[in-house]
Design a protein around this ligand. Structure first.
Ligand code: TXA
Ligand code: MG
Length: 348
């Protein structure tokens, strides 16, 4: 069977190929590798979220990522590698901490920011002197990297500032016609983006909280600089989104507010005004149904909650609601990344 008959070609020109994560079919991997080698874009599953991948050493291919996402040229992209040896080749320095972190967490949801080697095109780094490197822990992502034998630049496969995709359907909904091929390997397990750690500063600095939390990092590395609270949007107190301190990110299109603890009072008040409300309930908060609301319960465990978070937000966002009300988990290390994503979803 010729490779081009493998997938579904829709009118928009994006091919979707189902791929079994337990046994990724070599023909599908080879097809995706071909697209990458010729400078095209492939969306693929990782354990965190779907990535929008291009040949990382081909500046023209990487430029296509920025166009497809509508991403500002000032925001650098992460390079995905199949092994630590490839990471060494892309970094101008590989400090002992990088080695310890790679041994502890790769493959896994950790991106290390290191000095950029000359072979990495400037566009990958948005003109800066560093490069973000990650070895993903997903059988399809790893098999693709090994088949293509290329480092793959890949931000999350969403339009800039919108919700990240944890299913192939989420990718297709916003990038149909903007990506050559989508490998559909089912839902992502971790569900939120990798922890990004800058190793060019002393102590290392957490740029983006993620599945590996600051306490995990400190057990291995000693003190790290935690993400600044000043970088987080302020919490809305009124039942409408308040202006955030930072540009919104990871955000649904439906106006979203965050509430500390149970949101029952706010949800009932909005429902009484005739608003259609989506209520993201944390399992450990009591929830009494309100008329006109759609309730989605999220697990009371940080990893399970992160895994379900974006899928829940995508569902609520597609439900034609007036607003989404999300309950914030406690301000602890374990919940840091989920809180961060919810606050950013609610920023204006
Ligand atoms: O889990 C993930 O990291 C997913 C999957 C696909 O691997 N990727 C992802 O990429 O979330 P993206 O581009 O959506 O987010 C990457 C983050 C951005 O906040 C970007 O600014 C930061 O990492 N970043 C990338 N390279 C950097 C660098 N050289 N210096 C500082 N920050 C960097
Ligand atoms: Mg992203």
């Amino acid at each position: 069977m010729p490779a081009h008959t493998l997938g579904m070609h829709a009118a928009h020109g994006t091919e979707v190929l189902k791929i079994n994560p337990a046994a990724p079919a070599p023909a599908a991997l080879e097809r995706a590798a071909e697209v990458l080698r010729r400078g095209g874009l492939v969306a693929f599953p990782t354990e965190t979220v779907y990535g929008l991948g291009a040949h990382a050493l081909d500046a023209t291919a990487v430029a296509r990522i920025y166009t497809a996402k509508g991403r500002p040229a000032t925001n650098p992209v992460i390079v995905h590698v199949a092994d630590a040896a490839t990471a060494h080749a892309l970094a101008a320095a590989w400090p002992p901490m990088a080695e310890r972190m790679a041994q502890a967490w790769w493959p896994g949801p950790l991106t290390m920011v290191l000095p950029r080697a000359a072979c990495v095109p400037e566009i990958v780094a948005a003109g800066g002197g560093t490069v973000g490197l990650r070895m993903p822990n997903h059988p399809v992502a790893l098999a693709l990297l090994r088949t293509a034998r290329l480092p793959v630049a890949a931000p999350s496969a969403n339009r800039s500032s919108e919700l990240s995709p944890t299913r192939a359907e989420h990718v297709l909904a916003v990038l149909a016609g903007r990506v050559d091929l989508i490998l559909d390997g089912g839902p992502c397990s971790a569900g939120i983006e990798s922890t990004v750690v800058d190793l060019t500063t002393t102590p290392p600095r957490v740029l983006r909280p993620g599945p590996i939390n600051p306490a995990d990092l400190e057990r291995l590395l000693g003190p790290v600089t935690r993400p600044s609270r000043a970088n987080l949007p302020a919490l809305a107190s009124a039942p409408l989104p308040s202006p955030g301190l930072l540009a919104r990110h990871y955000a649904p299109r439906t106006p979203t507010i965050c509430v500390e603890g149970s949101a029952a009072a706010q949800v009932h008040a909005l429902a009484a005004q005739g608003r259609k409300v989506g209520w993201l309930i944390l399992e450990f908060n009591a929830a009494a149904a309100a008329a006109g609301t759609i309730q989605v319960e999220l697990p009371g465990n940080p990893a399970a909650c992160a895994s379900a978070l974006y899928d829940a937000l995508h569902k609520l966002d597609a439900a034609g609601l007036d607003c989404i009300v999300a309950e914030l988990p406690p301000e602890t290390d374990a919940w840091l990344a989920v809180r961060d994503r919810l606050l950013r979803a609610a920023a204006k």
